[in-house]
Design a protein around this ligand. Structure first.
Ligand SMILES: Cc1ncc(COP(=O)(O)O)c(CNc2conc2O)c1O
Length: 388
């Protein structure tokens, strides 16, 4: 059982994760597959643990950003279908074959290059990505798609396993651009001789809002973690989402300062009267960024503001009264009646909820909670690394 030696940690509630996955599955028709998007260490939640819980509760497969993330899942005993959503080097396709990892192709010449690295009996499962308006990666014209389809279907190394696209605005109230993308995707899909096994377009927002975008598979990330794809659709979701990720620490010092005393770098904070000040062992190197100065956290079930500049490893909080040393504080998540949402922290950082769990760094261990009990600790600082 890996331990951790600083009183700062993330709690991942696997019961809430299960609630979200089963709610999404119930929302989908029986025959629509759910791919759990576990890229970026499952948006900072822990890729292996999230993958296992999602698969145990009805996910059909997994989606990641690049080959390394897929290999990490395979090396941890995950043998469900895995799709790499981003670009892969042609010279690495054999690794994908050997590990039964599906890759994304989005231009013709990649196929000709990739073939050079495959033996005659290698089989590579490919999903063709269409750019219908995201403007990132993907085929944009029917003739380009037809060229790719023709090449895949004539090369024994390649299996045309999937066709997909990605929406840029499915989380917005104005549906016009989404509808334009869906129409373009249908034109591309209908131009194919034979449709591939997986046809998918929906991210969380489209999965929750637009049944016509489900086709036979969906790719769900943010809502699986219990977060709304955007603020504007937050109060229009078809079922309750439970925030899986919470961030906690403990007071490492509590002191009473008299009026006119300074706190932290730059001596920018000055007590306006006699004040109780707590110190917490978390800082910007943990992803608790300096711009979070002033953000309230929960101490003894009450909101308390971070005061003074946030340091690399520590920050200070203004307490409403003397609090015992070692008291648990909650920076994100619930404590008693209080709740600090991912959206509240994101707002203070002028960003979106997706980014927050991603930037809480590997310095902060992840504790997995199931049936209200901690069942696993993942501390990335205490795992060995490969030396070249
Ligand atoms: C191709 C693709 N499919 C599905 C998802 C899941 O979307 P969801 O988390 O909204 O359900 C993403 C998320 N990609 C990103 C999420 O934030 N920035 C991104 O590039 C994606 O890039």
């Amino acid at each position: 059982q890996t331990q951790f030696y600083r009183d700062t940690w993330v709690e991942i509630n696997l019961d809430d994760l299960k609630h979200n996955v089963t709610s999404i599955k119930k929302h989908l028709p029986q025959d629509v597959h759910m791919f759990a998007v576990v890229k970026a260490n499952a948006y900072g939640h822990g890729d292996i643990q999230v993958a296992k819980t999602a698969l145990e509760n009805g996910a059909h497969g997994l989606a990641v950003a690049f080959l390394d993330e897929a290999l990490a899942l395979r090396r941890n005993g995950i043998d469900a279908p895995i799709l790499v959503l981003g670009a892969t080097r042609p010279e690495n396709v054999k690794l994908a074959c050997e590990n039964k990892i599906s890759l994304t192709v989005f231009y013709y010449d990649w196929l000709k290059e990739a073939r050079k690295f495959l033996n005659v009996d290698d089989l590579l499962n490919l999903h063709v990505k269409c750019d219908t308006g995201m403007g990132r990666i993907g085929v944009r014209e029917v003739e380009d798609l037809k060229m790719i389809e023709e090449y895949i279907n004539t090369q024994s190394n390649f299996v045309f396993e999937g066709l997909f696209t990605h929406f840029a605005t499915a989380d917005e109230l104005d549906e016009s651009y989404y509808r334009k993308q869906l129409k373009t995707f249908l034109e591309l899909k209908n131009s194919l001789e034979i449709p591939p096994k997986y046809i998918h377009s929906a991210n969380s927002a489209a999965t929750l809002r637009f049944a016509e975008s489900h086709f036979n598979s969906v790719r769900v990330g943010i809502s699986m973690y219990g977060l709304s794809p955007s603020i504007e659709i937050k109060d229009r979701l078809p079922f309750e989402l439970k925030q899986v990720f919470s961030l906690h620490s403990r007071l490492s010092l509590v002191k009473k300062l008299s009026e006119g005393e300074k706190v932290s770098y730059g001596a920018t904070y000055e007590t306006s009267q006699e004040e109780w000040i707590g110190t917490i062992p978390i800082g910007y190197a943990d992803g608790w960024l300096r711009k979070l100065q002033g953000q309230e956290i929960l101490v003894n079930n009450k909101r308390a503001p971070i005061i003074g500049r946030i340091c690399m490893d520590q920050c200070m909080v203004k307490l409403s009264e003397e609090i015992p040393l070692g008291e648990k504080v909650t920076l994100i998540g619930s404590q008693g009646e209080g709740f600090i949402s991912m959206d509240e922290v994101a707002k203070r950082l002028d960003t979106i909820n997706y980014e927050i769990p991603c930037i809480i760094s590997n310095r902060v261990p992840r504790i997995y909670i199931q049936n209200e009990k901690p069942i696993e600790v993942s501390n990335k600082l205490l795992v060995s690394s490969d030396f070249l």
